[in-house]
Design a protein around this ligand. Structure first.
Ligand code: DCC
Length: 184
């Protein structure tokens, strides 16, 4: 993965163990919001990622490229592929049971991805330092051990729940997502 210093964990940064109450190894990870473009089941043209954590620390997911995701004819749009990386990385940092948002996302595109392809995604954390989480993901064509089409490195920043209240609709998230205390 080609990455900048901004998405490279500083020396000593390590991923913490998932906290008590985090999804157990093998657990399916539901959507955090029905209208989310990445994972929402109610989004008409979204990515509809289905995800699980095989080990409680990383995330695996699948995304089948549809007609609504084209850039060039019959090929996935690069921005859509970046969105898939952003989503699966977001799911992986969410295993730590704290709210984070994407600060920076770097993407390497290695192969074209035709419409109809199922991308097998995997994301993991390389380290956390203060509010900064350093994460990585890859998307493989057709199978978990298929050829790598996309790689991404990201810096996510921990925020308070007020971030969503101030800038978005916290109540809408809270209505679907009960494992965060909205008013602790
Ligand atoms: C119920 C749950 C729902 C969970 C919902 C889950 C949704 C998952 C969806 C997928 C994820 C997304 O797409 S999230 C949506 C896309 N992202 C966003 O909308 C974020 C927009 N940006 C922001 O709101 C802000 O810029 C923040 C929160 C990222 C940072 O603002 P801040 O809180 O004021 O903090 P700030 O002091 O600026 O930065 C803290 C540290 O991070 C560094 N930093 C900040 N941004 C960057 C950056 N782009 N590149 C490098 N470094 C950065 C700073 O230098 C600083 O380092 P130092 O000085 O400490 O060393």
């Amino acid at each position: 993965m080609t990455r900048s210093s901004l998405t490279t964990p500083p020396p000593g940064a390590a991923a913490p163990a998932p906290p008590p109450g985090a999804p157990l190894p093998g657990a399916a990870l539901g959507s955090h919001y029905g209208h989310c473009f990445g994972c929402g089941t109610e989004h008409p043209t979204g990515l509809h990622l289905t995800a699980r954590t095989p080990d409680g620390a990383t995330v695996e997911a699948e995304f089948t490229v549809g007609e609504a995701h084209q850039g060039a004819p019959k090929l996935a749009h690069g921005g859509v592929l970046a969105a898939a990386m952003d989503e699966v990385i977001g799911m992986s940092v969410y295993l730590f049971h704290k709210p984070y948002v994407t600060g920076r996302l770097e993407t390497d595109y290695l192969l074209p991805v035709p419409v109809g392809t199922t991308l097998h995604l995997r994301a993991w954390c390389n380290g956390i330092s203060g509010r900064k989480a350093y994460l990585e993901a890859e998307g493989r064509i057709g199978a978990p051990d298929g050829p790598v089409a996309v790689r991404a490195a990201a810096l996510f920043i921990e925020v308070s729940m007020e971030h969503f209240a101030e800038h978005g609709d916290l109540a809408a998230i809270a209505a679907e997502h009960q494992d965060f205390e909205v008013n602790p």
